[in-house]
Design a protein. Structure first.
Lengths: 208, 208
């Protein structure tokens, strides 16, 4: 039932999840699409259309049950499973991301940290020791990971990603400023800070 | 001439800029849309269409002059001007971003670092001392900033952003997990790591 849904709709789902999370925390039990529309600044019709892609969830005259909708969107986003992550490249950004994941949502668990700099081996981030990249193969044999976070210079990221694919990793959260060319069944989500900042710069310049 | 261009086209410009940067570094002087198409994995027709939005730049039978195109796209993206940034919230992520900007493109200059934690006041990141957030008003009077980077918990980000708008800041690079509601002439570029990771999780689950 979740096939054929546009990527634009899927891209909006985490935002719904975040607002529902806040409503849950605030003790709100149910909400109409009209009320949700006001706080999210999107039309009620868009909300209904987006959620109808997954089968609806709302009841005429009742609205949405916040807890149920939160759980269902979480399930759609794959958050009901635990994802095991490794972080490769523990510079400032990698350190921040590792910290962020370790202290964040329970759906994502950091199982290993790796860096090419031997000087970092054995240092700990939130109790997890940093290992050398040469330890990846042995580590992944015992502790398979779902997601590799790449926070490396672009030159290193390409070789590391190829190696990780050979070792069975199928998803990448890529912070390196390079387009990885990986097999078709491998999922890559790019976070390109440089492009984001340039886009901001454009909008400042053009006033849009 | 740059009005009415779709945001999707603009979003693609930094990627062109990155590839042209690499071509320049590699000493390539000119390139056809066909060759650019092969390395960027987009169609030559898309490249021609995208660039035609800004007046073209290519010459029949010659292709694109790499250096000229690089410079022009940089100009379109506002990179020919210097942007002055402040970073508010110098935790792990703020620290990484500050570092990243300080060591990156010359178009972006970090002029001040601020944190609400008095324990951080006076600590330095790449030679720039961290100040308390209460110092923002005096600081910005003497050293106006174009862009504020927000790497704060969401509860604090809203108040800080409102305060910065009152102090004249008109552009925000927002890493806080909150939708800022600011006046219409203020530009906000959100980087929501949590939403990016959830989107990756969805694609892993659905195999898309």
């Amino acid at each position: 039932m979740e096939k054929g849904i546009s990527q634009a709709v899927i891209r909006r789902m985490p935002r719904y999840y975040r607002y529902l999370d806040e409503l849950l925390e605030a003790g709100v039990e149910r909400i109409s699409s009209g009320e949700l529309s006001k706080i999210m600044h999107v039309t009620a019709s868009q909300i209904r259309q987006d959620l109808n892609n997954f089968g609806g969830f709302g009841q005429q005259g009742y609205g949405y049950n916040v807890s149920y909708l939160h759980e269902e969107i979480g399930r759609i986003l794959g958050l009901s499973m635990e994802h095991r992550l490794i972080v490769v490249g523990v510079g400032n950004l990698g350190h921040a991301i590792a910290n962020y994941i370790i202290n964040g949502d329970n759906s994502f668990k950091t199982v290993g940290l790796f860096d090419a700099d031997p000087g970092k081996t054995g240092q700990k981030v939130c109790g997890i020791p940093i290992m050398g990249v040469e330890a990846l193969e042995d580590f992944l044999r015992d502790e398979p990971a779902d997601i590799a976070v790449l926070s490396l210079p672009k030159e290193e990221a390409v070789a590391v990603a190829d190696n990780l694919v050979a070792l069975g990793v199928r998803s990448f959260w890529n912070f390196a400023h390079v387009d990885l060319e990986l097999p078709g069944d491998v999922v890559v989500e790019n976070v390109n800070l440089s492009e984001s900042l340039m886009y901001l710069s454009y909008r400042m310049t053009e006033g849009v």
